[in-house]
Design a protein around this ligand. Sequence first.
Ligand code: ATP
Ligand code: MG
Length: 354
Amino acid sequence: MKLVLLPGDGIGREISSATRLVLEAAACRAGIPLEIRELPIGHDSLARYGTTVSDEVVQEVRASDGLILGPTATMDFRDPARGELNPSMFFRKQFDLFANIRPSRTFEGIASRAGQFDLVIVRENTEGFYADRNMELGSGEMLVTSDVAISIRRITRQACERIAKAAFELAETRRRRVTFVHKANVLKISDGLFLEVCREVASGYPHIETNDYLIDAMAAHVVRDPSRFDVIVTTNMYGDILSDLTAELSGSLGLGSSLNVGSNFAMAQAAHGSAPDIAGQDIANPASLILSAAQLLAWFGRRQSSQLHIDAGQAISSALEELLRQGAWTRDVGGKLGTAAAADALCSAIRVNR
Ligand code: ATP
Ligand code: MG
């Protein structure tokens, strides 16, 4: 398996090198050939090549079986003409990675803030406020006068349909419950379309239970009792916000993993950002990116019908679960280990586990 690893900014470097070591340990243990090509992205790449995403990176990613993208600080990236592309959006668009699969669950040994739960947020990844890809307006945002700004949000039947199907397919493999999250009482046309399409798709899965909530009510429900939810499907921005909430409820934002999936390619990415406040201090929790990489292994395994890859992904999450149970992890989840020491502990656990 050939992977590209793009470390990113802030805590990106630390959690990427942890992820690399863990992947190598798991591949070695499973007897899977693994080649990881590491290249600069974001600020690093901008300083060296004058663009946040170089042509070399794009070529390498195209030739790979999957991408692991570390978090990049995107606040200062404003002008695509000056090479300041948002790498995350760039790859989501290039490879049409329309489904952002964000699991959130509690672990034994880690204090959850809302009881035990195990859910997955399926976030639409290609439209909404973030990414009006095909719009003449460019980014979908514009300054009308220096004091007035407009953001336009596009929702299409096709995008709703494929994200809803992804959610139902996932629910088939889980507890068979899908919750649609929207704000169709106010955004009657756009979220109305999303809800309508979700209901249409649901009719093809009569054995799957469904319900729907307004995003505001959902924020309360998920804090009150997240165990009621199995698969949650929602539009881009609600999914982004809701997944930070559920990750933190499970113990820490540092546990939030995600896989961006399209029809032919997948990209592992921590659900959180570059956390500049804790960068370079060896305290970041690398579990987010490690679990995302494990999701990538499982995805590749299913695609290639390779049980070895599926097992390797499982070996990583089982070994991590065990360390979390023992409290042998990072500070944000009550442990004492630094980022590098946590990665070492996980590599050792993977090597000895049967
Ligand atoms: P960005 O603009 O890149 O999203 P941000 O300032 O929003 O950066 P986030 O990465 O979204 O920061 O994180 C929010 C907070 O959660 C940070 O202040 C950080 O302390 C904490 N945090 C995020 N990721 C981790 C992690 N992996 N381990 C520990 N704490 C984390
Ligand atoms: Mg953030």
